[in-house]
Design a protein around this ligand. Sequence first.
Ligand code: LIP
Length: 264
Amino acid sequence: MSSPVLTVMTAAVRKAARSLQRDYGELANLQVSQKAPGDYVTAADQRVDKFLREELAKVRPGYAFLTEETGVVPGTDPEHRFIIDPIDGTMNFMHSVPFFAITIALERKGELVAAITYNPITDEMYSAEKGGGAFLNNKRMRVAQRRDIHDTLVSYEMPHRGGKDLPLSRAELSVLQGRVVGIRGTGSAALSLAYVAAGRFDAMVCRNINQWDIAAGILLVKEAGGFTSDPDGDKNPMDTGNILATNADLLPQFKDALSKARET
Ligand code: LIP
């Protein structure tokens, strides 16, 4: 049974997805602008961002927002904040690659308590609540149980051209290629984390990422029995913007591999 707030979040995401599905079918007509090199925003991002804020504010007035397209929107309720990315994987969306998601997390007193990540093209709804487990379309999710890094399939998000930490990313890819079975760059950190929660990817690594890209995914992974950490230590990825997500057995093995990359 979902809590009332998760039900509200799910309903808002489903409604917002309808406009995205329409836009996806008519991409040639979509307005696109560039925020920074490699960082695009479409009219669809802005429309979904506005729609979700309005829809959620109707039922949870006073909650604050942090969203990709609007930034910080203070609320009158000091305890609650929605964290939203209207389209995580905008580049995929613009290129007609059906790997993007609407992703929303709810924080209560600074702690992640509810999460939704939804791929409107595959109709896959990933959801979690603190202490209530994680689900993919109502089916319980568990992280993969592989124990040896040499057997793993990993999602590694590479920086865009001109992005930060290019030499480090190349070193990490090189070290990981020597240890894991396969590496995928998906273009959506939110969906990659959902895939870790679903047991599809064994691990996910990403640097220089924003809170709205990973907030929901952190709770999904945790509620599916996995762990998230800063790859370089024990700090909270929400604070550092660097994230490693995997299971308990693989966590030290991936940390070791990534530390070798830092030494090169
Ligand atoms: C994107 C991420 C992607 C990452 C990009 C970007 P957007 O989010 O999810 O995985 O590599 O740097 O931040 O901009 O599509 O919401």
